[in-house]
Design a protein around this ligand. Structure first.
Ligand code: FEO
Length: 398
């Protein structure tokens, strides 16, 4: 049975969702699954845009075959060669041997690295600005290196004003009947996953994302078709604005995220004291997380979301507690910046985590550490330390 859906007069969604996968890229929990989007245009020539992951290849092939209804496939445009989108290329070529694979030089190089079939005999190399006509439709290619891999490009169909945006504008989450973002309560039910997807997967490449947004600003875009998550045909400017905020590493909201690593609850108790103090000072957007309990991808996303953060960790094996160390290094790898942060350390003997945390934070760009050093807690937050936490709360708000 084919489960494709028409999205414009002659463009069809032929992707599918995987609800079984626990970890996207074998690292990011996806409780709501993920969709692998692919699109098929029926014109004088037929054009498929990207394929899907192995896990949904059977349904995808049924969708493609069903929409083609006996026609051959003329072109497969490959915007991104990561295996969640390129895993079914060989199956497509086996089913439609006359099909040309359209990609830039790096695209075709990567496909040849992944596959053993003769890619060159099927390939059509394009470069920035080239146009492929399928009849009514004209597909132009815009290179978008490092959004998320170096070969990435996006494809603009000037007939339908559709931008096939590769990983950009994607989100985690399966599609359940409604393909369009305007059919969903996106802000309430999807934005957190969109932010988590962007910041963890593409977030390191903010400059490259801004370059793509600049190039795209000259296009009249009526619809954005990403490789994951819902399709955009309304409120496109709203979502592009989110991308601009994220890509420039600006906080999305004025607020404070407190993340702690606590073994027996003393560090946690001190952070609760700090949170209550912040509340007394009028802060209304405070979010506390235990780094051992909440997945790192959520923590990273929350750190980028808010304007301020507090990191508190026990000393463990004379180091930062592993979950906190991993988070800080992950933040550094994702170019965490432009934030005011507090640091708190706790331990009974040989406190080390404060200095080590501040060293990592100082190695990041434009991170202001309140008072330049950690507040130290010996075992638990006695009255003298509570005063220091009061100061930390006040200075964090300055
Ligand atoms: Fe969805 Fe970079 O692959």
């Amino acid at each position: 049975m084919q489960l494709a859906k028409k999205i414009t007069e002659d463009t069809y969604y032929v992707g599918y969702s995987d609800r079984r996968l626990e970890l996207f890229e074998n690292i990011y929990p996806i409780e709501r699954g993920v969709s692998y989007n692919s699109y098929l245009v029926l014109d004088e020539k037929t054009v498929l845009l990207d394929t899907v992951d192995h896990s949904v290849s059977r349904q995808f092939m049924e969708n493609v075959k069903g929409v083609l209804s006996g026609r051959c496939l003329d072109y497969l445009i490959v915007n991104h060669v990561e295996p969640d989108h390129c895993a079914t290329i060989e199956a497509v070529i086996n089913a439609y041997p006359e099909c040309k694979i359209v990609g830039n030089a790096k695209t075709l190089q990567f496909i040849a690295q992944f596959y053993d079939f003769d890619v060159s005999s099927h390939s059509m190399t394009v470069k920035e600005g080239d146009v492929l006509s399928s009849g009514k439709h004209s597909f132009s290619f815009v290179l978008a290196p490092m959004v998320h891999w170096p070969e990435v490009m996006v494809t603009y169909d000037s007939f339908t004003k559709v931008l096939f945006s590769a990983d950009a504008f994607g989100t985690f989450g399966s599609l359940s009947g409604n393909l369009f973002a305007d059919e969903l309560d996106f802000e309430k039910e999807w934005l957190d996953d969109a932010r988590r997807y962007y910041l963890n997967i593409v977030g390191k490449y903010g400059i490259q994302v801004m370059n793509l947004l600049k190039k795209a600003s000259s296009l009249e875009i009526g619809m954005i078709c990403p490789l994951h998550g819902p399709i955009w045909r309304k409120d496109i400017a709203w979502f592009i604005d989110k991308y601009k905020t994220w890509a420039q590493y600006e906080p999305e909201e004025d607020g404070i995220v407190i993340i702690y690593s606590s073994i027996y609850g003393n560090t946690e108790q001190a952070m609760m004291y700090l949170a209550l103090k912040l509340g007394d000072l009028g802060v209304r957007n405070i979010h506390m997380y235990d780094a051992s309990k909440t997945d790192a991808s959520v923590l990273l996303s929350e750190c980028f979301r808010y304007s301020k953060a507090v990191f508190a960790s026990v000393t463990y094996n004379l180091e930062i507690f592993p979950k906190m160390e991993s988070l800080l290094l992950d933040l550094k790898a994702h170019l965490y910046q432009k934030r005011r942060v507090g640091v708190v350390e706790c331990g009974t003997w040989a406190l080390q985590s404060g200095k080590k945390m501040t060293d990592i934070l100082k190695s990041m760009k434009d991170i202001e550490i309140v008072d330049g050093k950690a507040v130290s807690i010996l075992s638990n937050a006695k009255e003298s330390v509570q005063k220091e936490l009061d100061n930390l709360a006040e200075n964090l708000l300055k």
